[in-house]
Design a protein around this ligand. Sequence first.
Ligand code: GLU
Length: 414
Amino acid sequence: MGMTMESPLATALSQLRGAIDQLGLSESDWQTLSTPRRVLQVAVPLRRDNGEVEMYDGYRVQYSTTRGPSKGGVRYHPDIDLDETIALAMLMTWKCALTNLPYGGAKGGIAIDPGTLSLRENERLTRRYTSEILPIIGPERDIPAPDVGTDERNMAWMMDTYSVNAGFSVPGVVTGKPIVLGGSLGRTSATGDGVAIATREALRVKGIPIEGARVAIQGFGKVGYWAARAVENMGMKVIAVSDVNGGVTGFPSVTALWDHFLTQKNLDLPGADRLTNEELLHLDVDVLIPAALADAITEATADKVKAKIVVEGANGPTTPSGDAILHDKGILVVPDILANSGGVIVSYFEWVQDKQNYFWSAGEVKTNLSEILMRAFNEVETTATNKGATWREAALMLGVGRVAEAHKLRGLYP
Ligand code: GLU
């Protein structure tokens, strides 16, 4: 596969290689675990509102189905390609194993900028993509969810397209749905809530008081916004946030910023100060939360990071060379597969509720999310200490090790 040194796939493969070596697994384990099980590329024709038809590339990668049906989001982003989808599906596999969810890992996407779509265009695109991947998804096979560029509206259309073809309602085919269609309470904020729990625990480990801890967050979307709210509710101070157009600092509260963002669609809050995304990464804070896209913390940007803790809200925000620099600087990195696992954990709850047709209270969701995340967090902390490993290495060893063990126990057919 053609890849530059630090493409998301190269990063994911190098992390896997490290885990295989640290676990003392064999060359054949490496081959088994570094190969996606099923890769589907589809053409997605889109009829624009003006009648023109355009073609877009769509993907669905089922990286692993060893521990259960595959699971993972659908990303709409102009830069998504097959390699990146494979990388993200691989991360989902280790994430679900680390948190002990009964799933393999998957990811899907369409190479398109959703910002260019009208609501109706988005609906047609989503329905056609769903129809193209229909043969390989389903509540027992592969369960999509939101990711960058998609939300509960897309999940409603996916659920409807699948259900119309089945002839009856199948809410369990996707998670991250609106509540009225069988979504779960607490799913919208789940990834951010999990990031906040991971942040709180990391502060505890580092002996930094939670009250007043200074936090900078790159990204103000489905992860960043809810993480900002949750850490603020825990008593931390959100110093700066950013979106694709840059960052802002010196605002009174996350709520004030959000109210402005919702109405004005930008972060130019009167009285607050603008800063670049790069300046945000280099702020003198206790915690830096990259919650946007991959490749935020690289060889070029890592050196000037002043935070004591980095909590990865995004998938793959740190490149291996960036990671090495953070490590040398003594910065604690809470890796993506642990830090942002709150989303898929509550997706799991949603799927369970859909299967049982019995819905939980917000309190139950919150308690169970915290329990699963804390268990994984403590296992990572203990493993890192016992093996003298970084937290990323420890998290990967736990996730990869569980998938490898499941492979061995299932054996090879025929
Ligand atoms: N897209 C989210 C992630 O990367 C959630 C996936 C899911 O809920 O299945 O973890």
